[in-house]
Design a protein around this ligand. Sequence first.
Ligand code: HEM
Length: 415
Amino acid sequence: MTLNPGDINLAKQDDIARFGAAPYEYFEVLRREAPVWWNPPPEPQNPGYLPCPGFWVLSKYEDVAMASKDHERFSAWENSVLWTDVRRDPAQLASQRAGLMGMDPPQHTQFRRLIQPGLTPRKVANLESFIREHAQEVIGELAGKDQVEFVFDVAAELPMILLCQLMGVPQHRRDEYMQLGNKVASFEHNPEFQNDIVALYLFLDDVVKSRGDAQDDTMLSKYLHGEVDGRRLAKDEITQFFVTLSIAGHETTRNTTAHFVRLMDEHPDQKERLLDDIEGRMPNAIEEVLRFSPPVMQFCRTATCDIELRGVTIPKDSKVYLSYISANRDEEVFDNPDRFDIGRSNADTHLAFGTGPHFCLGAALARTQLRCVLEELYRRLPDIELAGSPEPMNSVWFNGINAMPLNVCPVSSHL
Ligand code: HEM
C-alpha cells in the first residue's frame, strides 16, 4: 500500500507502538511530499496533560537546523517544548519558563553559563580516567555471566554514576534517583505522574538539606549558589534544572549504548569492521549510531509570528515539531541514509544533540562515556549477542529500548 501524507498521524499511540518507536517510513514520505506538515492534535493521556491543538512537523535537515537556531521566530519560551499546551495553565507555564529548556536568549544564555564551563570538552577530558575506571568496573561485572538484561543492568550504570558525581547526588542514592527520573520521563504512560514529580521534588529537597552550605564544583552547587543578573536563583529555577538533568542526563546515553549494541548485532559486517580497530573506529561508529538511531526523536518550538517556509504559512502561536530522527535520514545531506555505515564521512553532522542555543550541554560528556564503556565492552566481550528481541519504549518522544537480553560469551583473548 502506498503511504500518503494524509495517512500520517505522528500523535497516534497505536502507530508508535507498531513502529516500535521511530516511524522512519512516515518521515520518508513527509520529507519528499510534505516537508512542512500539519499533524492533528495528540490525544490527552494523563490527568493534567494538556495536549496542543495539533502541530507543524519539520522533517528536512535544513529546516530543523534553521528553526533550532532561530530562537526569535521559533521560541522555546512561548510554550512547552513538548506536545503539551502549557499556556492553558499559568502554573505549568511558569514552571516551564523556569527551566533551561524553556528559556530563550538572552536569559537562557545566562542560566547556561552557570554550568557550561564544567561540561566543556576540555573539562570532560580531565574526567576521562574517572569515567574509564567506572566503565571498566561496569563491564568487569559481566565476566562469568551467561546472560544479562543489558539496558537497565548495564547501559544505565555509567550514566547514573556520572550524573550523580556531577550533580552532587550521593552515589548510594543512585538507584532511587534513576527510578524517579525514569518515572517522570515516561509521563506519557504514567498515571502516577503527578505523584512521581512530587517525589522527585522531595528527593531534591532532601539532597539539598543534606549538603548544608557546602559549595563545590557540582552542577547543583552552581545552581544553589550561583547568581543571574545579580540575584540568587529561585526555588522553581533550581527544581526545574534538577528535573531536566534527572531525565536528560542518563536516559539518552543509556539508550544510545543499547542502540549501539543492537545495531552491531543487526549489522555483523559493521561489527567486524569495528572489532578490527576498536579504538580507531569507535568515535565515528558512535556518531553513526547517533545519526541512525538518535535517542531523542523530537522537541518542539512555538512560532512567534506567521512564518513562510517552503510555500507554507505556519501561523503565529503554532507548535513546531523538530524531527531529529528525520533530519538524520535526509537524503539531501546523507548519501543512502538508511544504510548503517560506521565509516560514513559526515556522520558527525547529525542533529541528535540538536543545534543552536539549546545544543545539548552534555554532548562532550555523553561522547566520552559512550566511547569508554563501548571500548571496554567490545575489547573484553567481542562475542556478545542479542538473546532475544529488544523491547521498544513506545514513546512519542524517546527512541528508547526498555529491555534487551544479551548472551555474554566467555571473556576473550582480545584483553
Ligand atoms: C547521547 C546522549 C545525549 C543526547 C542524544 C542528547 C540530546 C539532547 C537534545 C536533542 C537536546 C535538546 C536540544 C534542543 O532543544 O535544541 C538536549 C539538551 C540538553 N541536554 Fe542532552 N543529550 C544527551 C546526553 C546528555 C547528558 C549526558 C547530559 C548531562 C549530563 C545532557 C544535558 C542536557 C541539557 C542540560 C540540555 C538542555 C540544554 C539547553 O536547553 O540549553 N544531555 N540534549
